[in-house]
Design a binder for this molecule. Structure first.
Ligand SMILES: NC(=O)c1ccc[n+]([C@@H]2O[C@H](COP(=O)([O-])OP(=O)(O)OC[C@H]3O[C@@H](n4cnc5c(N)ncnc54)[C@H](O)[C@@H]3O)[C@@H](O)[C@H]2O)c1
Length: 344
């Protein structure tokens, strides 16, 4: 493997947008452990939570700011002087994009564009754009998404991520801007906001409440432990080739209903807690990722088995009840009711 593309890492500085969210905060923890000098830039929307960064206060710099606001991005970049930017900040929940799509275009497309432009002006040496496999749309029963699969998003969330990918690619091509795009499958693990499938089911099961499963529960997703994704991001920062797209996944396809069954079994709860609710519109049937390129070119592979990862995740939610209780109030309850209750 050529090392021509490596960035100088003597005093590695990272500027992490969305670092107070789920994947971002797990990544920041890993970055600090690896000796990176980290600045987190996060607007602290409903999904951002300073408790996700608890214990790191003395070891990172944090700026509350919006990626749509060019001046605050510029000032923060000046202060941080990072080698690399890792861009997680986004509106990230498909269901919310169906209820209120506009903010998804504002944050994910315009916000990414503002950030890109500021990073270009600042001469950033590496920009990691955190995209998603959802940009490819839905698969039939067979086949895998490769980096060459056409972009065919179905939800407003996926469309906004696909649009942001295109803006990033245009910067790489037009300005030779050193951007790398990562398209990852569904993540799970500690600190995931309880609106997402796995934490929602764990928490509902723990409370002996109904577990709402969309449609027939047969939708398939490819799940990766958040720490494995973190290690893929470090490979991209340190060895990735600018302008390239890398798919990231762990060959771990599960039907939603089978994940729910597994969680219930692990938690010794009855399957009768499951209730099937009206499917969401345009619910993609199957995502599955071919990640052979990142394995071959960057020597990365996922290391956490699903059985181990899911046990660790359940254990984390059971020992961090106050974390999710603090979140599941006001705005969250309103969203939950709007999203699930009327569909019964
Ligand atoms: N969760 C997954 O399974 C998954 C899978 C593939 C890709 N992704 C992508 O990974 C990234 C992170 O996902 P996540 O699940 O950790 O999301 P999350 O919703 O948990 O966190 C998003 C973070 O971005 C911040 N943010 C939102 N708007 C902002 C703005 N305008 N300015 C600055 N900060 C802002 C929020 O405060 C929050 O801290 C997203 O880009 C998402 O599209 C997620």
């Amino acid at each position: 493997m050529s090392t021509d593309h490596r960035i100088a890492m003597e005093q590695p500085g990272l500027f992490v947008t969305g670092g107070a969210g789920f994947i971002g905060s797990n990544f920041v923890r890993m970055a600090v452990e690896r000796g990176y000098n980290v600045m987190v830039f996060d607007a602290l929307t409903y999904a951002g939570n300073m408790e996700n960064l608890a214990g790191l206060e003395e070891r990172i710099r944090f700026i509350r700011g919006d990626i749509c606001d060019a001046a605050s991005v510029r000032n923060a970049l000046r202060e941080a002087e990072p080698h690399a930017v890792v861009h997680f900040a986004a509106e990230s929940h498909v269901d919310r994009s169906i209820l209120g799509p506009k903010i998804f275009t504002e944050t994910n497309v315009l916000g990414t564009h503002v950030l890109l432009e500021e990073c270009r002006q600042a001469g950033i040496e590496r920009f990691i754009h955190i995209s998603t496999d959802e940009v490819y749309g839905s698969l039939g029963n067979t086949g895998l998404f490769t980096e060459e699969s056409p972009l065919n998003p179905t939800s407003p969330y996926a469309a906004s991520k696909a649009a942001s990918d295109l803006v990033v690619q245009s910067y790489a091509k037009t300005y030779d801007f050193p951007a790398i795009i990562l398209r990852c499958s569904n993540n799970y693990g500690p600190f995931q906001f309880p609106e997402k499938l796995i934490p929602l089911m764990i928490i509902k099961a723990s409370n002996d409440e109904e577990l709402p499963v969309y449609g027939d529960g047969q939708n398939v997703r490819d799940w990766i432990f958040v720490g494995d994704y973190g290690s893929a991001i470090f490979q991209a920062i340190e060895h990735g080739i600018p302008g390239e797209v890398y798919n990231v996944g762990s060959n771990n396809e599960w039907k939603n209903i089978d994940i729910v069954r597994l969680i219930l079994e692990e938690m010794h709860k009855p399957f009768s807690l499951v209730t099937f609710v009206k499917d969401r519109p345009a619910h993609d049937r199957r995502y599955a990722i071919d990640s052979s390129k990142i394995q071959r070119d960057l020597g990365w592979r996922a290391e956490t088995s699903f059985e181990k990862g899911i046990r660790q995740t359940i254990e984390w939610y059971m020992t961090h009840r106050q974390w999710w209780k603090n979140i599941m109030t006001g705005e969250y309850l309103e969203y939950y009711q709007k999203n699930y209750e009327p569909k019964r």
